[in-house]
Design a protein around this ligand. Structure first.
Ligand SMILES: C[S@@+](CC[C@H](N)C(=O)[O-])C[C@H]1O[C@@H](n2cnc3c(N)ncnc32)[C@H](O)[C@@H]1O
Length: 226
């Protein structure tokens, strides 16, 4: 078997190192200590995040979608494959090097998606992009952590608490969708979403693209009321 080669390092959002590795056509991004954050062969649930959320938008014209963060772009590519030609996809990524790695090292993974005219990648904290917006997005797709419990950045807890969820609700249009990826179910998060003014659906999906392997959780929460 081919050995892994380290291609680049960056500082993770919570401090410590993030490392990009390659083995043949496979890429892996790992946290310091070896914990794998992303693998180019495992994007099934990240793709489902986009599909399940955008299915609920039905036939909206010129939908505006905020995606946090970029990672290996599974969610972005899945979103691009279903949105219309007048859609706008804004990707918020907090680690600047990750944006560079996409084109410098992982062109084979990203393909042409970063030059698609519907896509804009902004370096920054998705929590800020949400806090600054009012009725600006038809969907917000969040995959910036291990889930509402957090993993990479303690500050991301602000996204999943009641105040953070109310901020997301404000940033959405009426009937807009907040979708959140998680490695595990979390009943208290479902309750918080309901308290925050959302009609909530919690689903489990396979991590990979086959019927085997671990499952991940995705919430699609539709902004209720006006
Ligand atoms: C698990 S990966 C995302 C995977 C992505 N859904 C995909 O399809 O590849 C998490 C990403 O979120 C980024 N991130 C973490 N906290 C963030 C924040 N507060 N704002 C924006 N990006 C963030 C990380 O740097 C990382 O690129």
């Amino acid at each position: 078997m081919l050995p892994w080669t380290q291609l680049a390092t960056a500082t993770a959002p919570q401090g410590g190192a993030l490392r990009l590795f390659r083995r043949g056509e496979e890429f892996s991004i790992r946290l310091e200590g070896g914990n794998e954050l992303m693998n180019s062969r495992l994007g099934g649930s990240e793709e489902a995040l986009a599909r399940l959320a955008l299915d609920r938008l039905a036939d909206r014209r010129a939908p505006r979608v905020l995606i946090g963060g970029l990672g290996m772009g599974f969610t972005l590519r899945a979103a691009l494959s279903v949105v219309p030609s007048d859609a706008r996809l804004i990707v918020s990524e907090i680690v600047p090097e990750l944006i560079d790695w996409a084109s410098l090292h992982m062109g084979a993974v990203f393909g042409a998606c970063l030059s698609d005219p519907r896509v804009e990648v902004r370096q920054g904290d998705v929590a800020m992009a949400i806090a600054e917006a009012t009725g600006a997005f038809d969907a917000i797709l969040l995959d910036v952590d291990n889930g509402p419990d957090g993993l990479t950045r303690a500050g991301n807890d602000a996204l999943y608490g009641l105040v953070g969820l109310q901020s997301a609700r404000r940033a959405l249009t009426a009937g807009g969708v907040l979708a959140v990826w998680s490695a595990a179910p979390d009943q208290s998060f479902s309750k918080r979403l309901s308290q925050g003014g959302f009609d909530v659906r919690e689903q489990t999906v396979r991590a990979g693209r086959t019927r085997r392997g671990p499952r991940h959780t995705i919430w699609t929460a539709v902004r209720n009321g006006t």
